[in-house]
Design a protein around this ligand. Structure first.
Ligand SMILES: [Mg+2]
Length: 380
């Protein structure tokens, strides 16, 4: 702990929950749904009696996991009493109590965990990755998603990222016809250098009955993996596809929690898994999923939702300290998709990677004016 700091400094005195609306720089189309001009989100700010500030972020998507309004209410109405007046050192006890206080709302719980760990890291003078077990990698290969319905705009986006060193490109498929997807893949493959890797994400966009023959066509592009080809509950079809194809099948929507990761191993419904703080409720649960997968030889990928910067920083600390999340990560939305950067200093995405911040805690600071500019409602 730095000179002068005491555990008393970690008593949370104030909790502010801000419902935001992020403007978006580009349209996004996914098998599961479309996003156009803007996206709601939640920013959490905890202030201790000693004046330390901890930041958290919930990034739900209504068609995927939950709503921003519901997660803001979970924090404001149901979780506030567990936090205010308590020490951030009690983070595990608080998270256990949160699971009993409100079912689901993993995004709110992830935000709460982030803010408490940010406070602990700042009090101890160490990055969150140190708290999470120690740093195993400081640079995380960046994957960007090709998901704009304007494919020409997407190719410009890809060329710009190529120039920055990005080598992992995840193409969102399943929202157009199969033939149109094959044309997009051909055109993308033509602009990528030999050391770049294509990955394909259907976001549940295929029907199970004819998925296999479509995915066999996709294997011609040698994708690193094919993500969530069918609906999340079609786990038997996922298992069939994983067994039938040479290309690894990666579970995203079919694996939200450690319990579902156990099912993934038991039923063999995926060869790899996307770990997202917003699906499972934070870094601790993400590490459980990665460990369950790792014990079965299943590697993990660092997935994200529409995250504005605080959540991405938490994801970086998670991947930086988790050996089995070894397939890269998509920590690019704050820089390239969301139209307002709420971080005082944007995340460093140089050389085709996201990089672990050096400063204590999450290592990011929120710009108050930028946050005000996207605030819909602030509580507390
Ligand atoms: Mg996905």
């Amino acid at each position: 702990m730095p000179d002068g700091a005491t555990t008393r400094d970690l008593i949370v005195e104030r909790m502010e929950v801000t419902l935001t609306r992020w403007p978006l720089k580009m349209k996004r189309r996914h098998g599961v749904g479309d996003v156009e001009r803007s996206m709601p989100g939640v920013i959490l700010k905890l202030t201790t009696r000693g004046g330390l500030v901890g930041w958290g972020e919930a990034a739900p998507w209504s068609v995927f996991s939950g709503t921003a309004e519901g997660n803001a209410a979970a924090l404001d109405v149901y979780l506030r009493a567990l936090v205010v007046g308590r020490s951030a050192s009690d983070v595990q006890t608080i998270l256990d109590a949160a699971d009993h206080a409100v079912v689901g709302h993993a995004e709110a719980k992830a935000a709460l965990e982030m803010a408490l760990d940010d406070l602990r890291g700042k009090a101890l003078g160490v990055p969150c990755a140190e708290l999470h077990g120690g740093v195993v990698r400081r640079d995380i290969p960046l994957s960007v998603s090709v998901a704009d319905p304007d494919f020409e705009a997407d190719l410009d986006f890809v060329r710009a990222r190529l120039a920055e060193g990005v080598r992992l490109y995840k193409v969102k498929t399943g929202f157009l016809t199969h033939r149109e997807d094959l044309v997009r893949l051909e055109r993308l493959a033509a602009v990528l250098p030999a050391d770049a890797e294509i990955r394909i994400d259907y976001n549940q966009g295929l029907e199970a009955w004819d998925a296999l023959r479509k995915l066999r066509d996709m294997e011609a592009f040698r994708p690193g993996f094919i993500e969530q080809p069918v609906a999340r509950e079609r786990r038997d079809a996922m298992a069939m596809l994983a067994a039938a194809l040479d290309t690894p099948i990666l579970a995203d929507e079919s694996c939200f929690s450690p319990a579902e990761a156990v099912e993934m191993v038991r039923r063999g419904f995926a060869d790899a898994v996307s770990v997202k703080l917003m699906k499972c409720g934070g870094v601790r649960r993400a590490k459980e999923i990665a460990a369950i997968g790792g014990a079965a030889g299943i590697p993990a990928y660092g997935g994200t939702m529409f995250e504005a910067g605080v959540a991405l920083a938490a994801g970086i600390h998670c991947v930086a300290s988790t050996p089995n999340i070894c397939l890269g990560a998509e920590f690019y939305t704050a820089n390239h998709v969301i139209g307002v950067d709420i971080l005082e200093r944007p995340l460093d995405l140089s050389n085709g990677a996201s990089h672990l911040p050096d400063a204590p805690g999450l290592g990011v600071a929120v710009d108050a004016a930028a946050l005000r500019s996207v605030t819909v409602e602030a509580r507390g």
